[in-house]
Design a protein around this ligand. Sequence first.
Ligand code: S3P
Length: 169
Amino acid sequence: MSNLVLIGFMGAGKSSIGKALARSASMRFVDTDERVAKEADLSIPRIFEGSGEKHFRQLESKVVSDVAEMDDAVIATGGGVVLNDKNIEKLKKNGVIIYICLTESELIRRVRDLKDRPLLKDLDKDDTVHKLMKVRGPLYRKYADYIIDGNYPVNAIVEKINEAVFSDE
Ligand code: S3P
């Protein structure tokens, strides 16, 4: 297994943790949202506005297929990557799946300040987090090879991931 794949809800810290994890393990860092935006030459909110969520999910799946083929990469995924089981199937072929897990109340606290997440825009954020987590929470758990408590500083989480994954090898 050569890739470390981070999954979890918006605001869980996948990108910050992923960057620090890649540095600590001398691996490359890849962010699927960043790639989608780069390939579309549009920000994620613009993709949602212009073409809708379905189109975003198609672009996301294409990027997932590409990055799943990499070696020695830390891959931070978007919170909805688990909605398509084919995404996970591909990522699992060459990677271990690490779920950055937070309680719903902590997620609600964190997403309050996120401005660039189309799925949370103009909606009651507490209710939206609750509804999305009802569907996604079980999927994150089902697909995770490791579940890591995200309620710690980034460095401590990186240490926990390194301990969990590399002590298992
Ligand atoms: C999404 C999460 C976002 C991004 C898009 C949709 C989701 O990524 O992919 O806005 O469905 O949860 P982050 O999890 O990095 O915020």
